[in-house]
Design a protein around this ligand. Structure first.
Ligand code: SAM
Ligand code: ZN
Length: 388
C-alpha cells in the first residue's frame, strides 16, 4: 500500500491511527481523510450500545457494517473493543481513505476481522441485502444527512438488528430550513426550545416510513444530541403498526403549550391553541412514540461504567440524564423560555424537578438541554408553581 503523503500516528483510546499529517498538508489533509477527535464521544457511546445489544440479546459472532468509514476508526474500534464482533465491513468512496483504513486495521491487528472496500455506501449495503448476508449492526455516519442511505441500511440489516444513524444537518432539522427537512426527512422542522428532540423525531419518522415499505417497523433504543449532531439507534422489528407512531407536534408560541396528534387523527384537530386560542405551528409528520427504551438505556449506562473509555465522565453524565428522561413525555420545557415568557424567576432545574415530582407529576431533567425538563402536566401547572 503506497501512500504518497506525510502521515502521523495518533491514538484514540487504545486504537492506533495513521492519518495524513494536517500540519504538513494543510487543507489538503481534510480532503484526503476525515478524522474528528471530538467524535470520539460518539464512537465511545456506540461501542457501549453495541456491547449492550450483545448483552441483552446474548448474541455472539456479530457482523457490523460501517460504509462511510474515512480513517476506519469507528469500525476498527467495533472489531477491537467489542468481543462479540466477528466481522466488520467498511467502505468509503475515497481511495486514500480506503488505503488508510486498511493500514489502520493492520496496525490494530484486526485485519482478519475487518474488510475495507472502495465502494459507494449504497452499493456496498445492497450487496448484503439478501437473507443470510445481512448485518446485525449498520452504522451510517456521514457528512450531513443520513437520509440517502436509510433504505439500503434497512435492507441490509437483519430483523432484530440495529441501525445507527448520525445527522449533522442541524439547520434543516432544527427549523432554520423547514422545507429542506421536509424534502430530506418527509416532515417539517420547527424552531423551538426542543428543536433537537424534534430533529431526532424527524430522523425516526423517516426510518419508520422507510421500514413500513417492507412491512417492518422500528423500536428506538437510544438517541442523543451532542454538540453539532444527533444520533439515533433503532432496532428493526416485524411490526406493521409503525404508522401509529407518526404524527404532528403543535407548538403555541404565545403560551408554550404543545399538542401531539397522531396523523390519523389530524382531520379532527384544531389549529388554534386550546389554552390561549392563538394559532399554533406544527412540526412533522414525525415520530411521536418513545425515543428511548429505558431498560436498554440502563444497560448502556452499565456498560459505560464498566469500560475504560476516553469520554467516560461525559458518557456517565449523559447516560444518567437519558435514563432519567427515558420514560418522560414527548417534548420538554426550558426554564429560560418559561421565565422569559411569563416574567418569572428562574429556578434551579433539580429543585424544580423535585418540586414537580412531589406534586405527583412525572418530571426529569433532559440531556437535550441543561435548562430543560420533561414534565407530565400542563404549562399552566408550571407557571402556577413558579409564580408562588
Ligand atoms: C463523516 S466521514 C466518516 C467519519 C467516520 N465514520 C468516523 O467515525 O470517523 C464521512 C466519510 O464518508 C465518505 N463518503 C461520502 N459519500 C460517500 C458515499 N456515498 N459512500 C461511501 N462513502 C462516502 C467520505 O469520503 C468520508 O470519508
Ligand atoms: Zn397557547
Amino acid at each position: 500500500m503506497n501512500i504518497k503523503m506525510p502521515l502521523k500516528l495518533l491514538y484514540e483510546g487504545k486504537v492506533k491511527l495513521l492519518l495524513p499529517d494536517r500540519a504538513i498538508l494543510g487543507e489538503e489533509a481534510e480532503k484526503a481523510v476525515f478524522y474528528n477527535p471530538f467524535m470520539s464521544f460518539s464512537r465511545d457511546l456506540s461501542i457501549c450500545v453495541l456491547k449492550a445489544y450483545a448483552n441483552v440479546t446474548g448474541k455472539k459472532g456479530l457482523r457490523v457494517a460501517e460504509p462511510l468509514t474515512a480513517s476506519g476508526v469507528r469500525g476498527i474500534r467495533y472489531a477491537k473493543e467489542v468481543d462479540e464482533v466477528d466481522e466488520v465491513v467498511l467502505s468509503d468512496v475515497n481511495p486514500v481513505a480506503v488505503r488508510i483504513a486498511r493500514i489502520n486495521a493492520l496496525l490494530n491487528k484486526v485485519h482478519e476481522k475487518v474488510v475495507v472496500k472502495l465502494s459507494n455506501a449504497n452499493s456496498l449495503l445492497s450487496r448484503y441485502d439478501a437473507k443470510g448476508k445481512r448485518f446485525d449492526f449498520v452504522d451510517i455516519d456521514p457528512f450531513g444527512s443520513p437520509a440517502p442511505y436509510v433504505d439500503s441500511a434497512i435492507r441490509s440489516t437483519i430483523l432484530g438488528g440495529v441501525i445507527a444513524l448520525t445527522a449533522t444537518d442541524m439547520p434543516p432539522l432544527c427549523g432554520v430550513y423547514p422545507r429542506v427537512a421536509l424534502r430530506r426527512y418527509g416532515g417539517l422542522s420547527l424552531k423551538t426550545e426542543y428543536c433537537h428532540e424534534l430533529a431526532v423525531r424527524l430522523v425516526l419518522g423517516l426510518l419508520c416510513r422507510e421500514t413500513g415499505k417492507y412491512e417492518l417497523s422500528i423500536k428506538p433504543l437510544i438517541a442523543h444530541s451532542t454538540r453539532h449532531y444527533i444520533r439515533v439507534f433503532v432496532q428493526l422489528t416485524p411490526s406493521k403498526e409503525g404508522s401509529e407512531n407518526i404524527g404532528l407536534i403543535y407548538h403555541c408560541r404565545n403560551c408554550l403549550h404543545r399538542r401531539i396528534v397522531k396523523l390519523e387523527d389530524l382531520a379532527s384537530t384544531k389549529s388554534l391553541c386550546e389554552k390561549c386560542c392563538s394559532p399554533m405551528e406544527a412540526a412533522g409528520p414525525l415520530w411521536i412514540g418513545p425515543i428511548f427504551d429505558k431498560t436498554f438505556c440502563e444497560e448502556v449506562a452499565r456498560v459505560a461504567s464498566s469500560l475504560d473509555l476516553l469520554n467516560k465522565k461525559e458518557l456517565k453524565k449523559i447516560l444518567k440524564l437519558i435514563t432519567s428522561e427515558a420514560d418522560g413525555p414527548p417534548t420538554f420545557y426550558t426554564v429560560d423560555a418559561l421565565s422569559h415568557k411569563y416574567k418569572l424567576r428562574q429556578p434551579k432545574i433539580q429543585e424544580l424537578v423535585e418540586k414537580l415530582r412531589s406534586q405527583g407529576f412525572h418530571a426529569s431533567p433532559t440531556h437535550f438541554n441543561p435548562k430543560g425538563f420533561r414534565f407530565s402536566g400542563d404549562v399552566e401547572d408550571i407557571v402556577k408553581l413558579l409564580a408562588r
